[in-house]
Design a protein around this ligand. Structure first.
Ligand code: 3PG
Length: 210
């Protein structure tokens, strides 16, 4: 398997998943693979997150990461479960440190030049999540923020969908986007995995990545 960063750079879309039952993890991964997106960020918004990550961590046909990693408890649980990357909505320096100590890629969310300055200078990060992408000003904000940081690439997340994903991906500093639009929590909970395959396939097709 390629490195996580190479995989993300190649796929360019990270499904952001809310899992209510770890038993859904395997069919969800199968559905995403079928749709062309063998990667997901399982968010620590439910009690099923760590178990869901654990179910997928052993697979070599799928790259599972942890999302909504806001605390050191979340980070330790995600790493113990086998998460291959960590994503946070904001910057918790302790989470970044834990990930770096374990050589695990970590993408804290930043929304301002000050936050970006702090993660760049303190941790040497070169890729960050840009969150919540649409609400904090969309592409104009990203362009303005990216200009003084030419070596930084972004993973915008929040409000991205099949209708606007290409606008984001066209920006040269956008490594990939994250989004939940192809993995609706309700479709997962109701076991409608064929729908997820269709949505993933559509995401891949409109993004022009495949
Ligand atoms: C996240 O946690 O990254 C976001 O909730 C995903 O945003 P979206 O649901 O608007 O895609």
């Amino acid at each position: 398997m390629p490195s996580v960063e190479d995989l993300i750079a190649g796929l360019r879309i990270i499904p952001v998943v809310t899992l209510h039952d770890a038993a859904h993890a395997a069919p969800l991964a199968d559905a995403l693979i079928e749709g062309g997106l063998p990667i997901a960020e399982i968010t620590f918004r439910t009690a099923a997150a760590a178990d869901g990550i654990r179910v997928l961590a052993g697979r070599d046909d799928f790259c599972v990461g942890a999302g909504t990693v806001v605390s050191t408890d979340n980070a330790n649980a995600a790493l113990a479960a086998g998460a291959r990357f960590l994503v946070s909505p904001g910057v918790n320096p302790d989470v970044v440190s834990i990930a770096q100590e374990r050589c695990c890629p970590v993408y804290p969310g930043i929304a301002t030049p000050t936050e970006l300055t702090s993660v760049v200078t303190r941790f040497g990060l070169e890729v960050v999540k840009f969150f919540p992408a649409t609400a904090i000003g969309g592409l104009p904000m990203l362009k303005a923020l990216a200009a003084p940081f030419p070596n930084i690439r972004f993973i915008p997340t929040g409000g991205i969908n099949a209708g606007n994903v290409t606008d984001w991906l066209d920006h040269p500093k956008v490594l990939a986007v994250g989004g939940s639009w192809m993995v609706p929590a309700r479709a997962i909970a109701e076991g409608r995995f064929a729908e997820i395959t269709d949505l993933a396939r559509e995401a891949v097709a409109v993004s022009g990545v495949a």
